[in-house]
Write a protein that binds this ligand. Structure first.
Ligand code: GUN
Length: 313
């Protein structure tokens, strides 16, 4: 039986509706949460992401502001921008879009964001809160992974979870969230021996490596839940054929656009997994939904009011 497809677009919409309702309630009390997005220079992918974030703010009723320092901005100049945003009472969330230009000390800039406004959850203070199970701001993409699992009624406690990838943005926080939800967690990386064997242990397999279609059927235990966090662009026709030969819808799309988006999971895994997130339309839409959620959460935490909860495990 082919895998159940976990519809991230639908789940993200559900969360955005919940956030919009919360924003309405806050508006009645005279509070409008605000998000500032700092976009340095002209990275085309970053510009697309930021446009999506600003549009989502408008849709759920949040105030948003985009700051666009030039490509030549120095660390000191960006620190001044962050300091100003930290001080402003109308700004609850600050997001510095990555990557930053090479001359900028990105760690220093991210460290300057007030942890209470750190809607990306990248500040070491929030990393510490997550690892010690204290309330804080959790990175959006891993938080989205957990929402997909919870809202799809996939049990986590007591299950074997394997996370492939150990980035600070996805792999590590995803592992921590799964651990906090009482999974038995293994984190794999480029030096892991016999990766397919370790992955086959997983009831829940999270792929966050950044390599097109790397997770093939021999990595997956039959019936496992597979969460694909990868977003890779394929432009080479031979590579396209290797993944999507016979998929007429994809073929037509590839002919028109000259590229297609593929995750870290090979399409053949759909024949063996129990449940699977598609790319596009899986984890991706959750990232923005969780950013909206985090902005409201930050606004409430800063004002000392109850923090909204999403689905309970
Ligand atoms: N660039 C790519 N992904 C992200 C993200 O989640 N947050 C930020 N700030 N920049 C990114």
């Amino acid at each position: 039986m082919p895998a159940t497809i976990l519809d991230g677009t639908r789940i993200a919409q559900e969360i955005r509706s919940e956030v919009a309702a919360e924003v309405k309630t806050m508006a009645a009390a005279g509070v409008r949460p605000g998000l500032a997005v700092v976009l340095v220079g002209h990275n085309p992918a970053s510009e697309i992401y930021v446009r999506g974030k600003v549009k989502a703010c408008q849709e759920v009723g949040l105030y948003s502001e985009q700051l666009t320092p030039p490509e030549s901005a120095t660390t000191a100049e960006l620190l001044a921008v962050i300091e100003d945003l930290n001080r402003r009472d109308d700004i609850d969330g600050i997001l510095v879009q990555l990557p930053l230009p090479a001359q900028v000390d990105a760690k220093k800039v991210l460290m300057a964001v007030d942890p209470a406004k750190d809607v990306d959850g990248f500040h070491p203070v929030n990393v510490g809160f997550l690892s010690t199970q204290r309330p804080g701001l959790v990175p959006c993409t891993p938080a989205g992974v957990l929402e997909i699992l919870k809202r799809s009624n996939i049990p986590i406690a007591g299950r074997e979870a394997v996370v492939v990838g150990r980035s600070d943005i996805v792999g590590k926080p995803a592992a921590m969230l799964l651990l906090n939800a009482n999974a038995t967690v293994t984190v794999c990386h480029s030096k892991t021996h016999d990766l397919p064997r370790v992955c086959r242990r997983a009831d829940i397999l999270v792929a966050a490596i950044g390599r097109a279609g790397m997770i093939t059927r021999d990595f997956v235990k039959p019936g496992a839940t597979v969460i694909d966090v990868g977003m890779n662009t394929v432009t080479d026709p031979a590579e396209f054929q290797r993944f999507f030969s016979g998929n007429s819808k994809r073929e037509e799309n590839f002919r028109k656009k000259g590229s297609t988006l593929i995750g870290d999971v090979h399409p053949e895994v759909a024949e063996i997994a129990g449940a699977l997130t598609p790319v596009p339309g899986g984890v991706g839409p959750l990232t923005i939904a969780m950013l909206m959620f985090n902005t409201v959460k930050a606004a409430k935490m800063r004002r000392g009011s109850r923090v909204p909860e999403l689905s309970r495990a």
